[in-house]
Design a protein around this ligand. Structure first.
Ligand code: NA7
Length: 533
């Protein structure tokens, strides 16, 4: 069977961690599936994000598949947090180990997909072919549609320019160069210390200061690795039922009820441990503004302690959003990097970048000259990767039109009017608020079982019901409203993309709760889905 064979059961878009596991799952269940991937290899996010210092903020031993005991035992991680090259090596290893590449077409862009009511199949259009399949599964990632601001003069710069999410495969040499970095999110915070170690001069343009917690990264000792691996099944099962899919020590008492000295001692300890679970210490941190302010103050004091120049330290102190409501950053030496002579910080909140110029960029009346500009300006998150494909459902309904006021899905897995379309880690699912691998495995396994259920019961069509979708959407909004998250102008809210509707996109009810809910729906014969032959 060649790749244009019309007898595919399923087409999967994307060969990152979601697409690879979806392929394997469907293959194991006897479905004929094929993957289209625009890169030259597997890896998704970790194929594209090759910027200096790129590293995952989830620990290695948990940022990997759990579906195969052999795989999780045999793969050896070298550091507490995996670097991009190591994650990419792991993805390639998985592709080889399960012989996935024979069902993946690389360097293939999916442009459009349309559901045909007559045949009950999807027609998928790539750059040079049309293929049909009963089911279409998107595994396009949540942070894969890069966002470059539409600055005046953007195309005029004569030097080198790179977006962190589309980094070239050849090494970029910063030696002796003047570098401008736009943005101070997770990507910038990882890249800046490394670039500063090479470049002649680095100028960082900051619109919003971010909270960052030290990674406290270190090599993984064989002992540490053995300890986790000897108890892997239990630890993984426990992680799946938590709020974020990440094991963390969570205290029962609220931050506001703890004496100040005890609070400080606990956060000192957590700062020493490092990583994203810093804000999971107390249950009220992301719910009560007063509790949140306590943790925010702690981090601001740390910044003032680390950064020598008081004016720079003040500029680096975030004040515009509660800590944790923008994805918290995890760094190695970020704040200390501003103590270097070759690094400076420019505030572009009040006076934004007015233009990119042939020589660099302009802020107000001031011109900056650069050899390299790094755009660490983020992504059109969650909906961007889906809306950039022209997806048309029943009756020609366009997904991006249906979602013009914000995404509407049932469980983040399906959308009414789009039969036989399934969206791995789609908006309305916990995805970006969790360990992505945990969320990916749960979605893939649910979709695999669902397709098996359809086949075994003679159904050829599955579509989310409009009322189930509405009820789910209301629930997603209601749980978000109980938290401080909607107070931040974050990419979770679509606030970083001009004109994007402000809707809190991920589901914050917790991966454990969500998993149980999906399980109950499946056990109840797929409540909220219309299944027909
Ligand atoms: P982020 O977190 O979206 O950060 C993008 C940064 O770029 C952020 O500091 C933005 O400031 C800044 N930005 C975006 N547009 C502009 C314009 N027009 N002018 C100036 N500055 C701008 O993306 P990352 O790649 O760092 O991280 C994405 C996720 O990957 C991260 O959350 C982790 O989950 C992993 P803003 O805050 O919008 O004012």
């Amino acid at each position: 069977m060649n790749e244009h064979d019309p007898r595919y059961d399923a087409i999967i878009i994307g060969a990152g961690f979601a697409g690879m596991y979806m392929l394997k799952t469907l293959r194991d269940k006897g479905f004929r599936a094929h993957v289209y991937e625009r890169g030259t290899d597997v890896g998704g996010t970790w194929y594209w994000n090759r910027y200096p210092g790129a590293r995952c903020d989830i620990e290695s031993l948990y940022y990997c598949y759990s579906f195969s005991e052999e795989l999780q035992q045999e793969w050896q991680w070298t550091e507490r947090y995996p670097s991009q090259p190591e994650i990419l090596r792991y993805a390639r290893h998985v592709a080889d180990r399960f012989d996935l590449r024979r069902d993946i077409s690389f360097e293939t862009n999916v442009r459009a997909a349309a559901f045909d009511e007559q045949t009950g199949r999807w027609t998928v259009r790539t750059d040079d072919a049309e293929i049909t399949a009963r089911f279409l599964i998107t595994a396009v990632g949540c942070l894969s549609a890069t966002q470059t601001p539409d600055f005046p003069g953007i195309g005029t710069f004569r030097g080198e320019s790179y977006h962190t999410g589309r980094w070239p495969h050849e090494e970029v040499d910063f030696t002796g160069k003047r570098v401008g970095v736009i943005g101070t999110g997770s990507s910038a915070i990882q890249a800046i210390p490394v670039i500063a170690g090479q470049a002649a001069q680095v100028t960082v343009f900051q619109r919003t200061a971010q909270f960052s917690i030290p990674a406290q990264n270190h090599p993984l000792s064989p002992d540490e690795q053995r300890r986790v691996k000897s108890d892997y099944a239990r630890l993984r099962a426990e992680a799946r039922m938590t709020q974020t899919g990440i094991l963390a020590e969570r205290l029962q008492r609220n931050a506001t009820e703890v004496p100040a000295a005890e609070f400080k001692a606990e956060l000192d300890r957590r700062w020493g441990i490092g990583g994203t679970t810093f804000t999971s210490t107390y249950p009220d941190t992301l719910r009560d503004p007063a509790a949140n302010e306590l943790s925010a103050d702690y981090v601001r004091d740390k910044i003032r302690e680390i950064v020598d120049d008081p004016a720079t330290a003040e500029l680096l102190c975030p004040h515009d959003h509660p800590i944790g409501t923008k994805r918290i950053c995890v760094d190695t030496d970020y704040y200390a990097t501003y103590n270097r002579d070759n690094v400076s910080l420019v505030d572009i909140r009040r006076t934004p970048i007015s233009a990119i110029t042939p020589g660099g960029l302009r802020v107000g009346g001031r011109d900056f000259e650069f050899d390299v500009i790094v755009f660490a300006t983020g992504y059109d998150a969650m909906t961007g990767p889906l809306n950039r494909i022209d997806i048309r459902g029943a009756g020609g309904l366009r997904l991006r039109e249906k979602w013009a006021e914000g995404p509407r899905t049932y469980l983040g897995l399906a959308s009414a009017g789009f039969p036989n379309l399934f969206t791995i880690t789609g908006p309305g699912s916990p995805s970006v608020l969790s360990n992505m691998i945990v969320s990916i495995e749960q979605h893939v396994e649910w979709i695999g079982e669902h397709l098996e259920h359809l086949r075994d019961n003679g159904f050829t069509r599955s579509e989310a019901a409009a009322d189930a979708e509405r009820t789910w959407g209301e629930h997603v909004n209601a749980v978000a409203a109980e938290t401080l998250y909607p107070r931040a102008a974050s990419w979770y809210m679509g606030a970083n993309v001009p004109g994007k509707p402000r809707v809190f996109m991920p589901y914050i009810g917790g991966v454990g709760t969500y998993r149980e809910h999906c399980r109950e729906i499946a056990d109840g014969g797929y409540r909220g889905f219309h299944l027909t032959a």
